[in-house]
Ligand binder design. Structure first.
Ligand code: SF4
Ligand SMILES: [Zn+2]
Length: 375
């Protein structure tokens, strides 16, 4: 958000090479997108809402695919679109036009800068990550019990037509980019948009996190394909997954536990699949018991698969993800009375097969081994 005097409406800059200026073998570029918006009715709380629309806006463009959110994105441009003249600079024109078109009530001026040089992207990333941390922090202390309304997010129905995220204070959307506060604000800005209130009403099962109102809403808006949604279980009627998940979790039956892998980890995992293979089998808006796409920060929530044993079930995660969650994860394992748990969760330096994983879990006496069976 900027003051109106600081920006020029319609100014679109590309700093760095465009796709037609690359050597033949270069197939990808770093990309940073800085959108500066001014508007009398704009509020800082609206920033994440505008940011998340990029996913839709880019997927509307013929020959462009956008996956992910925040600082974990992939954008692809098809050869066909490239041959017809589409360039990275045009993405800025699309953003300017779409923000005016859909958010004219709050945005008066929009200026876009695109960066394709690594050093610029890295510099901007530092600022962006500070903002993401601030956004995640706003919710700390809020609980699901403290509110009487959850919110839906249906933004991903453009490519996963039956998918819905039900977002609560303690359960962020699986893309990690939409929190309860964001969906609440989005509904206030655009009541007919992709986020709707779901008054909690009668709770059917407080352990699994099942509400009659959530079931009814999900059934209606999933084109009647889903009947029951448990908010706190990945085994009993879990939430669906579209394609945007920051992380995927999978049950490892022989270990009576679950593993989690994030989008940036390209190596093998102990369930025998990489992130990409897992994403191919879990996405698309279907319910897949034993698998679940989640936002990173959900791993540190009080409600993290609380019906299935919570963090005590977690047996494997990439080292980088453990580091990314850092202090938050350390705090949570202390809160649940398992201060040594972090070191009992294996990573890729310890195990990449289920056999190696079992040896390690038994050696460290991981608590998952003594929990009740998952299925
Ligand atoms: S992943 Fe969920 S929360 Fe995120 S944009 Fe899609 S539907 Fe909304
Ligand atoms: Zn999605």
């Amino acid at each position: 958000m900027r003051d109106a005097s600081q920006i020029e409406d319609g100014k679109i800059d590309l700093i760095g090479p465009d796709v037609d200026q690359l050597a033949e073998k270069v197939k990808s570029l770093p990309l940073g997108i800085l959108i500066e918006v001014a508007g009398r009715k704009l509020q800082k709380d609206f920033e994440p809402i505008l940011e998340r629309q990029l996913h839709r806006f880019f997927n509307y463009c013929m020959g462009v695919m956008h996956i992910g959110q925040r600082d974990m994105n992939w954008i692809r441009i098809s050869k066909d679109a490239f041959a017809k003249g589409l360039r990275i600079k045009h993405l800025g024109i699309v953003l300017h036009a779409m923000i005016h078109e859909e958010f004219g009530a709050i945005a008066d001026k929009v200026q876009v800068t695109l960066f394709t040089r690594e050093e610029d992207v890295q510099r901007e990333l530092i600022r962006a990550r500070q903002v993401y941390a601030e956004r995640d922090e706003r919710l700390s202390g809020m609980t699901d019990e403290s509110v009487d309304t959850f919110y839906s997010c249906e933004l991903c129905q453009s490519f996963a037509p039956n998918h819905i995220c039900v977002i609560t204070p303690e359960k962020v959307g699986l893309c990690g980019a939409y929190s309860w506060l964001d969906t609440k604000a989005a509904y206030e800005i655009a009541p007919s948009g992709g986020n709707k209130p779901i008054p909690k009403g009668e709770c059917l099962d407080s352990v699994n996190g099942e509400w009659a109102s959530v079931n009814a809403y999900v059934n209606l808006r999933s084109n009647r394909t889903l009947e029951r949604f448990s908010m706190y279980s990945m085994v009993n009627n879990p939430s669906t997954s579209c394609g945007c998940f920051e992380c995927i979790m999978a049950v490892i039956p022989e270990a009576n536990g679950i593993m989690v892998v994030h989008r940036d980890f390209s190596g093998m995992t102990p369930c025998g699949m990489t992130f990409t293979t897992l994403a191919g089998s879990v996405g698309g808006g279907i319910q897949t018991p034993g698998f679940l796409g989640v936002g990173k920060i959900y791993l540190t929530s009080n409600k993290f698969i609380s019906a299935d044993g919570g963090l005590r079930r977690l047996i494997w995660m990439p080292k980088e993800l453990k580091e990314l969650l850092g202090e938050k994860l350390i705090k949570r394992v202390r809160e649940i009375g398992e201060p040594d748990l972090i070191d009992k969760i294996a990573d890729e330096t310890i195990a990449t097969t289920s056999e190696e994983l079992m040896v390690f879990l038994e050696k460290v006496k991981h608590p998952a081994l003594t929990l009740p069976p998952l299925f």
